[in-house]
Design a protein around this ligand. Structure first.
Ligand code: FAQ
Length: 308
């Protein structure tokens, strides 16, 4: 098959499956994006995992525990989708540990209070959903099917975060202040999850041509802002952007400029928690070696029994 026939297949909205012919650039692009997505889910367990033992009630603890477990499951679907492209889980983890694979910038910010659990669910999962609903229509079959499954769980995550924020916003003045403080700290980093502006995004061209991404970074960012601003108004919290204003003509909110220097610093490994997150992942991976060895030995034993 040639590049031309492949592109015709993409243009006809046909899904590409693991055994289909694909250009090497398409395969590499997917391995990069899907693995980055998988690493985000796994590293993303850390900020919330830190609060499981400090949840304010048994109900809150059970919900948070279930959410963090879901993130682990999402990581596993995504690693599996990535492995269908001829790369092993070990290689993917090694790329993360060597600093050659990225994960979402948002997880390099600390979770300082219980209200941050609300802000993460509401804003971070909210942003993730906007992106992932769009990715349900991505051209690579296993990634698309993974996204459909993941989106179902993400909407529960978003609602549990919004519930925490709504409860705190109508609580004592101190609780409302905590909720506002969490919104102030998480707003801009959540907006940054959508990546650089389209004009500065080196990957968007191929991603759109190959229908890996179905909407650009700026389109998705705008859609997230338009959805989220009215939600903040309903619970009486203020979005920390003085330039935020409904634009009747565009039918969208206008918003202020992001701090791009901060964005690229965090993406390139110099955010508040980059070192801590990676060190924790390495430690957990090393500590889990005996589990991987034991399950491998068990699988080999089962195979021998089946063959005998
Ligand atoms: N952080 O040309 P573009 C979640 C990198 S899941 C870090 O625009 P692209 C669930 C980009 O990778 C959240 N790196 O690239 C959850 C590229 O790197 P390269 C994760 C970023 O790929 C919730 C370079 O900059 N979601 O949160 C970021 O077309 C709560 C140039 O950028 C996904 O990963 C960033 N924010 O667009 C879990 C979705 N932005 O090539 C736990 C899938 C850009 O130099 C708790 N990924 N970069 O290595 C995507 O949709 C895309 O990859 C984008 C970036 C939109 C992130």
């Amino acid at each position: 098959m040639s590049d031309k026939i492949f592109q015709e297949k993409i243009d006809a909205e046909k899904k590409i499956e693991p055994k289909d012919w694909m250009p090497e650039g398409y395969r590499r692009h997917l391995v990069r994006q899907i693995s980055q997505h998988a690493h985000s889910e796994i590293i993303g367990m850390q900020p919330e995992g830190n609060w499981i033992t400090r949840a304010p009630s048994l109900r809150a603890k059970m919900i948070l525990l279930a959410k963090v477990q879901d993130e682990a499951g999402h990581g596993l679907y995504l690693y599996s989708a990535c492995e269908t492209l001829g790369v092993t889980r070990d290689e993917l983890i090694q790329q993360l540990h060597d600093g050659n694979a990225k994960y979402s910038s948002i997880f390099n910010y600390p979770a300082l209070s219980w209200a941050d659990m609300g802000a993460i669910g509401w804003l971070v999962d909210g942003a993730a959903i906007v992106n992932q609903v769009s990715l349900q229509r991505t051209s690579y079959g296993p990634y698309s099917r993974g996204m459909i499954k993941i989106c179902k769980e993400e909407s529960f995550h978003q609602r549990q975060g919004y519930e925490i924020m709504a409860e705190m916003a109508k609580g004592t003045p101190e609780q409302k202040e905590m909720a506002q403080d969490a919104l102030n700290r998480f707003w801009w980093p959540s907006i940054m999850m959508f990546g650089p502006q389209d004009s500065d995004s080196p990957r968007t061209g191929n991603a759109m041509k190959w229908k890996i991404k179905r909407q650009t970074n700026d389109e998705l960012r705008q859609s997230f802002i338009d959805k989220t601003v009215p939600q903040a108004e309903v619970i009486g919290l203020t979005i920390p952007d003085p330039e935020l204003k409904w634009n009747e003509k565009r039918g969208h909110y206008d918003f202020g400029e992001m701090d791009w220097e901060e964005f690229w610093n965090v993406v390139n490994g110099h955010g508040p928690c980059n070192k801590q997150r990676l060190a924790h992942h390495k430690r957990a991976h090393d500590n889990g070696k005996w589990v991987r060895n034991a399950s491998q030995a068990y699988a080999q034993k089962q195979e021998k029994i089946l063959k005998s």
